[in-house]
Design a protein around this ligand. Sequence first.
Ligand code: ADP
Ligand code: MG
Length: 603
Amino acid sequence: MIIAGVDIGNASTETALALTEGGRLKFLSSGIVDTTGIKGTRQNIHGVFASLKQAADRAGIPLGDIGFVSLNEATPVIGDVAMETITETIITESTLIGHNPHTPGGEGIGSGVTISIRELPNAAAGDYIPIIAADTNHEEAAAIINRAVERGIGVKGAVAQKDDAVLIVNRIKTPIPIVDEVKFIEKVPVGMPAVVEVARAGGVVEMLSNPYGIATVFGLNPEETKFIVPVARALIGNRSAVVIKTPSGDVTERVIPAGKLQIIGEQRTLGVDIESGSQEIMKAVREASPVADVKGEAGTNAGGMLERVRQTLSDLTDRLPADIKIQDLLAVDTFNPQKVSGGVAEEFSMENAVGIAAMVKSDRLQMDMIARELAGQLKIKVGVGGVEADMAIQGALTTPGVSSPLAIIDMGAGSTDASVITRTGHVKSVHLAGAGNMVTLLIQTELGLDSWDIAEDIKRYPLARVESLFHIRHEDGTVQFFKNALSPETFARTVLIKEGGFVPIPVSASIEKIKTVRKEAKEKVFVTNALRALTMVTESGNIREIDFVVLVGGSALDFEIPQMVTGALSHYGIVAGRGNVRETEGPRNAVATGLVLNYGKGA
Ligand code: ADP
Ligand code: MG
């Protein structure tokens, strides 16, 4: 008889097709399609059908030849993600301009006292930073600067309102750094010490993004240096910046009270402030474990965030919000680019934020319903074959070179699921919030992207810079040359190296920055969850008990996540690596394969 194992996941529906004959099992093919609708609901049937059809086509058999379909038991989980910003940078007097005009002029660092360009001809000896409002055009401005310099006045840099820094620099005899496109130039105070920094094209400011750099140029004492930390931080990653020291000027970083999370454990309930950050939140989750539910303080951002998640999960599972019990929470520290209030050039600052992933368990009933409907439509016997985690282990055990005791980590879209099998065959598993979708959300937020799909692509593909039509520089610095010209629209762009070619991305951040954001997002979610999961499935909580870990699931296909997890686990003496299910499927198809093997055993 031909049997099919079908794994309905949050993201994909996978099939394994096999022939059983006289107690022997021969795998024929696999299928994978996107899950239709929410996992565990009637809409899944279309996807199951398509996945079966794909596998049957690949095996060259009609769908009707399949004698039995085994579905996974949907104990696992539905996850959702949310984000809350917890700091706000406020400028009470105009002290910093850290914006990124497209084309600042000149290069280097200059310091002096701010002065209106109109006043420069009357200035006494000294070093100055002229402020050039829109009513002085670039020729006039350059002429005034040149005359002043001839008189022995030090003109060390400039700040301009219009987008004409390059035009000015091209007309002056001694080039200076100029920051332009400062919209509210009238807010820039005159008569104050200021520093202008412009980095070379592709570079970032180094002096002004470093608190000690600012301390050096302004001669600050340690006490004052503490206060300028938010200024320095707001300027990180900018190509150009201006910092002005005003007597009462103040840049403050305010912590936005975001409210409390209540982690309701089976034994004890703990409260934790969202703004205390992910470490504290995760500590509370650990201490309250096993978690029965998580709530947010009503009327606060924490409450809003948790209720949004609960509402989504309730819509998804067709249950009342009150019946949604959040059983795990992953909190991650992140940054969210926000407009600085009080800024003069529409500056953005990377504010601290906390992202959370939450998960609920869905119930088995719906899988039975899917099995019944599917059986009716296909006229094939359908059963609910086994708990997803147990099945994943059986599938993962087909990876060459592994044996029990073994742990697997199934890294999907909505949850990270782990299980261990002991020498005696006993299986224990956990489901944790936070997986591929959380990584994508972090990338989307930190890079300020409108599009989820672009964030998803940035997660999946390495970066490169098209430096000429005949060569690119990969993100690791290596250069690759081409015989034929690359497509012109990729010229001077940051591209993703996809299977089909180079795809430019609409992100202005540097390659370094994108790469850092991408890697950190993956670490924060998957390294954290791998360690958390293994600690929870081991009897003693000491993960050194485990010898082998096999990574499976869609996120194990990632080009760097398996190495990160492998690296982190190697510190505990654990051999970990990406699975290769049935020696052919890579990290895919573990659950579907397990369902088939399990049926084979039972029959
Ligand atoms: P589920 O079991 O929840 O259906 P999957 O095992 O199909 O989930 O994994 C889906 C996740 O895997 C998504 O977050 C997706 O972004 C990620 N993913 C799929 N392919 C790749 C890839 N080539 N590189 C990185 N991530 C991938
Ligand atoms: Mg899965």
